[in-house]
Design a binder for this molecule. Structure first.
Ligand SMILES: [Zn+2]
Length: 472
């Protein structure tokens, strides 16, 4: 529930149109090969990043627009054959986000990149790793520190395709990519990523960790800390030394959650394995099946914060949303699953009461300036999808019956987890499996604000559910 917004979500949440974006190059990163060294004396990260980029647009691309952190510099750019490419770089401020500065890089492609073609650029770069808290992304506190360092796109710790406007960034194609990473750090530190290291080579007082992606990832998070690890029964946890007891508790809870979700939907996650990497409190949890889970320390230290982790684990079950920008109703899905699991496990927690309380809170949060949930993405209100979405799934559960909803969701997950799904495909799939009742619920909860009008008029969730059940 408290899953922190990622940079992309924030881009969705804060963007304001700044004119036409149809002229921007449509470049999709299909591969990232990272080879960097972290220097703890100077607070810098540097090395090479090799990007494979495909032109998925309809016009020739002559200049590749990339971004790195505002205190980083690009030193050289080579093409696939080792020929150097000319480039320019400037520290620029976003046109529509005055607190966001990046080093904006333009790499010239002498022959251009035709639609459908791929190109490979190897970028030598480096500089001080700094966070982006001043932009409003308070969780991006990134800096080089022996206690904890994270390399991620959110702080532009490595080059990524980008243009200096939110509207522009939102319009760029994003997809999962293959990766490899070589990370050189002091030998006494552990490097954690979503996949197991392929090798660790010690040279002097440093060690180089190599990782190779086993399947495409939506993001790459690499963390470095004096971690201890726990690896048993399908759950691998990297935790800070002080949190060993919390890590063992989490391992048991994660296994329990995975077993329950798998039983509800008749679908296990591929491999049946998850990696959970502890990060400090306030640094932003994030979850994906392939990209792994980074989880803030509060869930390790406070047993009552477990619902966070149930929420992150739940994200492993839903297919990726393919709409741009996404409505992020999957936040509602994860919130609903976590609340339902908590109620199943804790006799003190009553799902019906929790949901009525959530409905009351959500009415206050949404206020009068309401749009349908299907428009939360384009209206920059995706933070509302946690509550409205959870209520919608609960109303579906009670209206259709839990077995019918679980069977419909199980079928949907199986059908779409490889391809991802639009909101419309999700709705069609559930209606196809269950019928007119689900259509009425989606009309009220997803495609209109009828749910809000009724709650405001004093209609309880129970009353609404009774009406759906009898078809009135
Ligand atoms: Zn979430």
């Amino acid at each position: 529930m408290s899953s922190t917004l990622t940079a992309l979500a924030l881009i969705g949440a804060l963007a304001h149109p700044v004119g036409p974006t149809d002229t921007l190059p449509r470049l999709l990163q299909t591969r990232l090969d990272l080879d960097v060294r972290v220097d703890y004396e100077s607070g810098t990260v540097g090395g090479s990043a090799t990007l494979t980029l495909r032109n998925v647009g309809t016009s020739m691309v002559e200049t590749l627009p990339l971004q790195v952190g505002r205190l980083m510099t690009v030193e050289a750019v080579d093409d696939e054959d080792g020929r150097s490419l000319s480039f320019r770089q400037d520290i620029v401020t976003f046109t529509d986000w005055p607190r966001f500065q990046v080093n904006q890089v333009g790499i010239e492609l002498p022959a251009g990149l035709r639609p459908g073609e791929e190109t490979v650029v190897a970028i030598e770069y480096g500089g001080v790793l700094v966070g982006y808290t001043e932009t409003g992304m308070r969780y991006v506190r990134d800096h080089v520190d022996r206690e904890f360092t994270i390399l991620r796109t959110d702080a532009l710790a490595f080059p990524t395709v980008g243009v200096p406007s939110l509207e522009g960034l939102r319009s760029l194609p994003r997809g999962d990519f293959d990766f490899s990473a070589r990370i050189t750090v002091p030998a006494d530190l552990t490097v954690a990523a979503a996949v197991e290291p392929a090798s660790r080579e010690v040279h002097g007082d440093e060690a180089t960790w190599r990782f190779r992606g086993v399947r495409p990832v939506p993001f790459l998070n690499v963390t470095i800390a004096p971690y201890e690890t726990l690896d048993a029964e399908g759950v691998r946890i990297f935790h800070f030394a002080a949190d060993g007891n919390g890590a063992r508790r989490l391992r048991d809870q994660v296994r329990l959650a995975m077993n329950r979700y798998a039983a509800w939907f008749g679908v296990s996650i591929p491999d049946g394995r998850v990696t959970i990497i502890e990060i400090p409190e306030g640094w932003g949890s994030q979850a994906s099946l392939a990209g792994g889970i980074i989880q803030t320390a509060d869930a390790f230290r406070d047993a009552t914060e477990t619902s966070q982790l149930y929420h992150e684990i739940a994200h492993l079950w839903h297919p990726a949303e393919t709409d741009l920008p996404p409505d992020r109703w999957n936040e509602g899905f994860a919130t609903y699953l976590a609340m339902r699991l908590e109620a199943e496990l804790d006799p003190e927690t009553d799902l019906r009461e929790s949901m009525e309380a959530l409905a009351a809170r959500q009415v206050r949060r949404v206020g009068s300036a309401a749009v349908p949930m299907s428009a939360y993405g384009e209206n920059e209100q995706t933070d509302l999808s946690y509550g409205t979405g959870a209520l919608m799934f609960y109303v579906l559960q009670r209206s259709l019956g839990q077995p019918a909803l679980d069977a419909a969701l199980g079928r949907y997950i199986r059908d779409y987890r490889d391809s991802g799904s639009s909101t419309e495909q999700f709705v069609d799939s559930v209606i196809g499996a269950t019928g007119a009742t689900a259509r009425a619920v989606f009309d009220d909860w997803l495609y209109s604000t009828s749910w809000l009008d009724r709650l405001n008029a004093g209609v309880s969730l129970d009353d609404m559910i009774a009406a759906y059940r009898t078809g009135r």
